[in-house]
Design a protein around this ligand. Structure first.
Ligand SMILES: [Cu+2]
Length: 136
């Protein structure tokens, strides 16, 4: 008996939470007029202190990056955008793999040079899709 009461409580709680979430969604869709909520996003600039961000755009058949340097022991966020074709990115030694649009977060501990390469056989010129990651 007790258990069924508990289940009922949990179920009704979930329903209430789901209803609230639904309300939130519908109220934020009116972005014609006041954009007061968007101004809170300006705090993102403070994140630059600890994050190394590498943004790569891939097309047929090149990466828009040839070489980049990061500091050993610092977290790196690598993001890939396919602007043409379908490509991916791997760094074998660092266990990094992104296929298609996406991102990977990793922390290189060992200084050295690593090869960033396209991991999807995308056609002629595929072997040109490489870049160098220098960790120092
Ligand atoms: Cu490729």
């Amino acid at each position: 008996m007790k258990r069924s009461i508990l289940v009922t409580l949990i179920l009704s709680l979930i329903l209430v939470l789901a209803a609230c979430g639904g309300d939130d969604n519908s109220s934020t869709t009116d972005n014609d007029g006041d954009n007061s909520t968007e101004e809170t996003e300006s705090t993102s600039s403070s994140e630059e202190t600890t994050f190394n961000e590498i943004e790569i755009q891939a097309s047929n058949f090149e990466l828009d990056l040839s070489e980049t340097t990061v500091t050993a022991g610092e977290e790196v966020k690598l993001s890939l955008t396919n602007v043409e074709g379908m490509h991916g990115i791997s760094i074998d030694e660092l266990d990094v793999s992104v296929e298609g649009d996406g991102e990977a977060v990793f922390t290189p501990e060992e200084p050295g040079e690593y090869t960033i390469y396209c991991n999807i056989p995308c056609g002629q010129g595929h072997s040109d899709m490489v870049a160098k990651l220098i960790v120092q």
